[in-house]
Design a protein around this ligand. Structure first.
Ligand code: ZN
Length: 278
């Protein structure tokens, strides 16, 4: 029987290399060509004041899920739609700034991360143009990701946002949203410390073998990492895979709801990273 309490997984390992890799990531600029010209031609009336937050402390990344950038911008600026985001990034890399950073844009909807349910107040929302799963989901072009990376780095520096708080809409609204999806290059961005990426050690895999036998412990650790509590384990695991283990969506044999030893090992690695940088 598996007797270790969930939180005892954290901290039983020697200091990991992950801090080092993120520190190196900061020095290694993988996206040096960012063009910081940002258009303010389109402005959205859909915002209000942040509640309990003077400044944002998270970045939430989305895809637009519409046919064109023009359609998406029109909707995000339509007062009747009552949705918005602070930024939209076209596939060409062109950036539009629709809502001032100090205001509360309406992009997260019903959501939760680390017990906070008003993620609109806590975050900056960035919409990345992509037709999405219903209209022809496709890879995100390099120019678009380069522009996104530069924008994220600027916002993270300006508002002191931790890499652990760069999240996808699917992370904070796990039963409702699947964007930006499994094709989003989270791993590449994490090389520049934009978001976290798991780097499990041999010990993580060994601990993962035990953890996978205890679904309650796995569930508790996923909730502790940030995912909303009181939702089925399968859906939470699927959201985790969508961000941190995308092979679960690209290999026909893999079932995205079902955790395996690598799921557990990746989670343990991420928990340790988030403890080390906080
Ligand atoms: Zn979204």
């Amino acid at each position: 029987m598996f007797l270790i309490k969930p939180l005892s997984f954290v901290g039983i390992f020697p200091t990991c290399q992950l801090n080092k890799s993120s520190a190196e990531g900061v020095k290694m600029l993988h996206f040096p060509m960012f063009n910081r010209k940002i258009s303010k031609k389109h402005r959205s009336p859909n915002y209000n004041d942040r509640i309990n937050y003077d400044t944002p402390d998270a970045l939430i990344l989305h895809y637009t899920g519409m046919k064109t950038a023009k359609d998406a911008i029109a909707r995000l600026c339509d007062p009747k739609a009552e949705v918005s985001a602070h930024y939209v990034i076209e596939e060409s890399g062109k950036i539009h700034h629709l809502v001032n950073n100090n205001k509360r844009a309406w992009h997260a909807g019903k959501s939760q991360w680390k017990g906070v349910s008003d993620m609109n107040s806590a975050s900056i929302g960035i919409e990345i143009v992509n037709p999405g799963h219903e209209l022809g989901y496709r890879a995100f072009p390099e120019k678009q990701i380069t522009a996104l990376a530069g924008l994220c780095k600027d916002l993270m520096a300006e508002f002191d946002i931790s890499p652990a708080r760069v999240l996808g809409h699917s992370d904070i609204a796990i039963t409702r949203k699947i964007d930006p999806g499994h094709l989003f290059p989270w791993e590449k961005l994490a090389r520049d410390a934009i978001g976290l990426w798991p780097a499990p050690t041999e010990m993580d895999y060994q601990a993962g073998e035990d953890l996978i036998l205890d679904p309650d412990a796995l569930h508790e650790l996923l909730n502790g990492f940030g995912y909303a509590a009181s939702l089925p384990l399968g859906e939470t695991v699927r959201a985790f895979h969508r961000h941190y283990y995308p092979e679960k969506f690209t290999t026909a044999a893999d079932k995205p709801d079902e955790p395996d030893i690598a799921t557990a090992a990746k989670l343990l690695s991420l928990i340790r990273q988030s403890h080390e940088i906080s």
